[in-house]
Design a protein around this ligand. Structure first.
Ligand SMILES: Cc1ncc(C[n+]2csc(CCOP(=O)(O)OP(=O)(O)O)c2C)c(N)n1
Length: 559
């Protein structure tokens, strides 16, 4: 609040910049280093989610950034808090997510003595962020915050870390607020679009790959329209499935882990790849094998919102500096040929996708995760948000679930475990009226499972599914391939996850047969409480396509 002398505390100035930038939610673990900020939240219209560990708090902010396209905001204390928060920062970097982490820091006069819990924010976060610094001058808070919002959202979005010396936050200053930051929208020029049109006219097997962040409804709708008019097959990149409606007649599937081999063949056979919004990283490119590095033999058109990424790995035939929204809008202006050389390709690609995803595969054991995902896709509202972390269980999500709307899959492309629970907490807090699902491995779940307490604290009836196969299954799979039969460091002895839910004050149920899943899910919903569904999965069911025993046999037979 302003005093009669028109001053505010630095902490208030900071929080007012957040309010002006439309921030409605922050996640935090408190620290004595930034008490003034907590106090400023007290009478401002910002919902504070107090978490149990900074890893969860930072992932919540990252999830907010991912879902909304505006920076997710997280506050933590110095050394131990900031270092705990690093997974969220790393995810935001790899996933191109706007996010700002504020770190309560030691007093300015103690800095560089290795004071209590001191951390060098610039050095620690420098290689993981778009900008990492400390704010020494309270009067410059509006300038720093403005730059932080611009940096996090413009070009290729990413994380920003700002250290806040404790004594600085206590100063009173008379400064004006900055204007809200607007991300910079780069548009393609007519020259680039003319070249793209010429490349398309000459193409025989074009294919569109969608990825990255900075998408919005208009961009998605425009790409749906372009694909339909041009009858071009469209693939989504790793964990970017909601960028295109899976039931659109041109959808060809996703380029993730364990992808449809027919889709991979199709990408390899393409003579023109239009990569829109993404980077075609290691996972999507199948270990950089789909396009040659640095000069792809396939003609590559790369449309991307940040210049540093264009030409970084692949030298595109045509580089277009543009956000997905502006690029998609320009695509709408291209007139399709009457009889394209690739006629029938999109239809065939979509048929391949449906054949791959329609029916769950046979699995060992009494719970078939594919059948569970098919039940969920057929019974949940279209706008359900599904959050997950990392583990082989996710292969069933990618293959059998269908994300019908934008930002309905909140999961790290960096495949960071422990993301599914905090992300679901953040989503239920943001969208209380929507169904929010968290799907987790057993190893994955317990990395941040304690945030289930946060769901209970804020009465967030999310539903967390724990796929319990009593091991770090992904690593066991790799282990059986490389060291068959020599199980080391990958087994888990688990708690009763349904009892865990009840102990926290939530609803818990265990499912041992596929046919029991629907009733368990409905009971979880009906409880109105945060819920955990403990799914007992046979360890042999290691992927939708194979078993551990088969992998081991193959490895023992030499390959
Ligand atoms: C934070 C983090 N630590 C380690 C890994 C390496 N890792 C990838 S998957 C995996 C095992 C996941 O096990 P679980 O959650 O039980 O799922 P499952 O693979 O059994 O389905 C591990 C350890 C990772 N991706 N992230």
């Amino acid at each position: 609040m302003y005093s009669p002398d028109r001053t505010r505390s630095a902490a208030e100035v900071l929080v007012d910049q957040l309010v002006n930038n439309g921030v409605k939610h922050v996640s935090c673990v408190p620290g004595e280093s930034y008490l003034g900020v907590l106090d400023a939240f007290y009478d401002r219209d910002i919902a504070v989610t107090v978490c149990r560990q900074e890893g969860g708090a930072a992932m919540m902010a990252e999830a907010v950034g991912k879902a909304t396209g505006r920076p997710g905001i997280c506050f933590v204390t110095r050394g131990p808090g900031a270092t705990n928060a690093t997974p969220g920062i790393h995810i935001a970097q790899q996933d191109s997510t706007p996010m700002i982490l504020f770190v309560g820091q030691v007093d300015r006069q103690f800095r560089e003595r290795e004071a209590f819990q001191e951390i060098d924010c610039r050095a620690v976060f420098g290689s993981m962020t778009k900008w990492a610094t400390e704010i020494d001058d309270a009067a410059r808070l509006p300038e720093y915050l403005s730059r932080a919002f611009h940096a996090a959202t413009s070009g290729r979005p990413g994380p920003v870390v700002l250290g806040l010396p404790s004594d600085m936050l206590k100063e009173r200053v008379a400064v004006a607020d900055a204007l809200p930051a607007e991300p910079i929208e780069a548009s393609p020029g007519t020259a680039e679009m003319d070249r793209l049109a010429a490349l398309l006219r000459a193409a025989e097997r074009p294919l569109l790959i969608l990825g990255g962040s900075r998408w919005n409804e208009a961009a998605r709708t425009a790409v749906h329209g372009f694909a339909k008019r041009w009858q071009i097959p469209v693939a989504t990149s790793y964990r970017r499935l909601p960028l295109f409606d899976p039931l659109h007649e041109c959808y060809a599937g996703d380029l993730g882990l364990g992808p449809n081999p027919k889709l991979i063949q199709r990408v390899r056979a393409a003579d023109l790849v239009i990569l829109c919004g993404g980077r075609l990283g290691e996972i999507a490119s199948q270990g950089y094998s789909l396009l040659d590095v640095p000069v792809p033999r396939t003609k590559l058109v790369h449309a991307y919102p940040g210049p540093e990424e264009l030409g970084r790995v692949y030298q595109p035939h045509l580089a277009i500096l543009a956000t997905p929204a502006r690029f998609a809008a320009s695509l709408a202006e291209l007139a399709p040929p009457t009889a394209p050389a690739w006629r029938g390709e999109a239809e065939a690609a979509h048929a391949d996708y449906l054949a791959w995803s329609e029916v769950p595969t046979e699995q060992p054991g009494t719970v078939n995760l594919g059948a569970v995902l098919v039940w969920l896709r057929e019974n949940l509202p279209r706008d359900t948000i599904l959050c997950n972390g990392a583990g082989n269980y996710a292969a069933w999500i990618h293959r059998f679930y269908r994300f019908r709307e934008l930002a309905t899959h909140i999961a790290p492309t960096s495949a960071s475990m422990g993301y599914g629970v905090p992300a679901a907490v953040a989503m239920k807090r943001l969208y209380p009226g929507r169904t929010v699902l968290s799907v987790n491995g057993d190893g994955d779940f317990l990395m941040n499972g304690q945030e289930f307490a946060t769901a209970v604290q804020y009465d967030l009836p999310l539903i967390a599914i724990v796929c319990d196969n009593r091991m770090y299954g992904t690593i066991r799979m790799h282990q059986e391939r490389e060291f068959p039969g020599r199980v080391s460091g990958t087994e888990l002895r688990n708690p009763d996850f349904a009892a865990y839910a009840r102990a926290f004050g939530g609803f818990g149920v265990t499912v041992e047969r596929t046919t029991d899943f629907p009733a368990a899910f409905r009971a979880a919903e009906a409880s109105g409480q945060p819920a955990i569904i403990h799914l007992k999965i046979d360890p042999e069911a290691i992927t939708p396509a194979t078993t551990l025993a088969k992998i081991r046999e193959k490895a023992l037979a030499g390959g």
